[in-house]
Write a new protein. Structure first.
Length: 206
């Protein structure tokens, strides 16, 4: 089963996808994580993506679609794939059609006020990528690594990312709704509650 995670930055897509991948043996593809790794390693792809990521803009579709297609071709697991942060606009969704069938789109809904609060206090582990709040301290709760604030989680960039989300990514909600495969979950709750709703929906759909 292949599942697309939808929702604004900070809605909890990554947190839920990581957990689902660990517990239910899905492959997890996070385009944001892949770009950050490419950037850290100074690869040509990372260098091309850098200017867009720093401004909170979308990396050009061609680069993203090719990158995802390569990752999908490398996957060995056949239990399914979780796409987190992809597709991000209609062109990407259409480009993927035929390459990978989408069985379900899970939209994690959180109000914008809450999203701004979450993103501006979000900290990322330098070591394992775990996401937590600034209130959790300077050390990763999962692995003890050092945490930092991503440049694109700083206020100026957050607002641009939300504009990009509203203009380009939000229309995907209707796109998947029209296909009859959209499941909406209230993401403004405890992580465990959101997770159990998601698992129940997947089991029902299986
Ligand atoms: P994320 O961690 O998913 O919020 O992604 C961080 C940044 O990576 C985004 O703000 C974009 O600049 C870039 N990015 C991630 N996924 C995509 C995508 N599917 N299309 C275009 N750009 C993307």
């Amino acid at each position: 089963m292949n599942i697309v995670f939808l929702g604004s930055p900070g809605a909890g897509k990554g947190t839920q996808a990581v957990r689902l991948a660990e517990k239910e043996n899905f492959s997890h593809i996070s385009t944001g994580d892949i770009f950050r790794a490419e950037l850290k390693n100074n690869t040509p792809l990372g260098m091309k993506a850098k200017e867009y990521i720093e401004k909170g803009e979308l990396v050009p579709d061609e680069l993203v679609v090719n990158m995802v297609a390569t990752r999908l071709a490398e996957l060995e697991s056949n239990s399914g794939c979780l796409l987190d942060g992809f597709p991000r606009n209609l062109a990407q969704a259409k480009a993927m059609e035929g390459k990978i069938p989408t069985d379900m789109a899970i939209f994690i809904h959180v109000d914008e006020d809450e999203i701004i609060k979450r993103l501006s206090s979000r900290r990322t582990c330098k070591h394992c990528g775990n996401l937590q709040s600034a209130d959790d301290g300077a050390v990763c709760k999962k692995c003890g690594g050092e945490v930092y604030q991503r440049d694109d989680d700083k206020e100026e960039v957050i607002m641009n990312r939300l504009d990009v989300y509203n203009e380009q990514t939000k229309p995907l909600i209707k796109y998947y709704e029209d296909k009859g495969i959209l499941f909406t979950v209230n993401g403004a709750r405890d992580v465990d509650e959101v997770y159990s709703d998601i698992v129940a929906a997947i089991k029902k759909n299986d």
